[in-house]
Design a protein around this ligand. Structure first.
Ligand code: T5A
Length: 213
């Protein structure tokens, strides 16, 4: 079973992935947690390039290809092998993020991104994509508070530094993707309290939990 978590900055994906990991461990369900960008050692180098605020001169097309390169490596080295061993694979962001951020956010050609995603994923898509949806003000406020609470104060990444309008376009993109792929997407209200949101996610996943893959 391949499940991706998607949504704007600070919507709570990483928090929910962690809660789900604990839940799957308690149920004794074999699973692998991964993320994009940066799910492989090569990917970690690509992630650093992509998120470093010092790389403000990065061309949108360069950015698009770097995400595709990260994904191609991730599919070959992590995702396909994990699915072949019939583990649950939980991915914090996947190819939909490229459509939402580089397509809707940056305005790169959507048809081209669709093709590029097909190449990079080799046609391997999540069985379920959980879209944690919230207003951009809520997500960005959470992301900023998390930075302030950690030792990272003043260290917003290249995407967190983008204007509100960019994040609004990304949110719209995700909602459109969900509308276009209703069989794969579930939209969750990410303004909900952490534990309640986790329970909703478990309720969605429950029918799949007894399946082998
Ligand atoms: N990107 C990625 C692209 O442009 N194209 C692509 O193809 C891909 C794959 C990745 C960046 O790359 C971009 C998108 C991103 O900008 P990242 O660091 O992995 O960078 O960024 P995010 O995935 O956005 O991670 P964030 O940490 O910013 O957001 P999360 O994971 O959604 O949020 P989380 O769980 O860390 O929570 C943030 C804060 O909110 C609190 C948490 O405790 C935390 O402090 N919180 C809640 N508070 C109240 N109620 C809730 N329900 C809460 N849930 C979490």
């Amino acid at each position: 079973m391949f499940v991706s978590f998607e949504g704007i900055e600070g919507c709570g994906k990483t928090t929910q992935v962690e809660l789900l990991t604990t839940f799957l461990s308690q149920r004794g369900i074999p699973h692998l947690i991964t993320r994009e960008p940066g799910g492989t050692s090569l990917g970690k180098l690509i992630r650093k390039m992509l998120l470093d605020p010092a790389n403000s001169e990065m061309e949108p097309l360069t950015e698009l290809f770097l995400y595709a390169a990260d994904r191609a490596q991730h599919i070959a080295q992590v995702i396909r092998p994990a699915l072949e061993t019939r583990q649950w694979l939980i991915c914090d962001r996947f190819a939909d993020a490229t459509t939402a951020y580089q397509g809707y956010g940056r305005g790169q050609d959507l048809a081209f991104i669709q093709q590029l995603n097909q190449w990079a994923t080799q046609g391997l898509w999540p069985h379920l994509s959980l879209l944690l949806d919230c207003p951009v003000e809520v997500g960005l406020d959470r992301a900023r508070r998390r930075i302030e609470d950690s030792a990272l104060e003043g260290r917003e990444d290249r995407f967190e530094q983008q204007a509100l309008a960019f994040h609004q376009k990304v949110r719209t993109g995700y909602l459109e993707l969900a509308a276009q792929n209703p069989a794969r997407f579930r939209i969750l209200d990410a303004t909900m309290e952490l534990e309640r949101l986790h329970e909703e996610i478990v309720t969605i996943l429950e029918p799949y939990l007894n399946q082998k893959n």
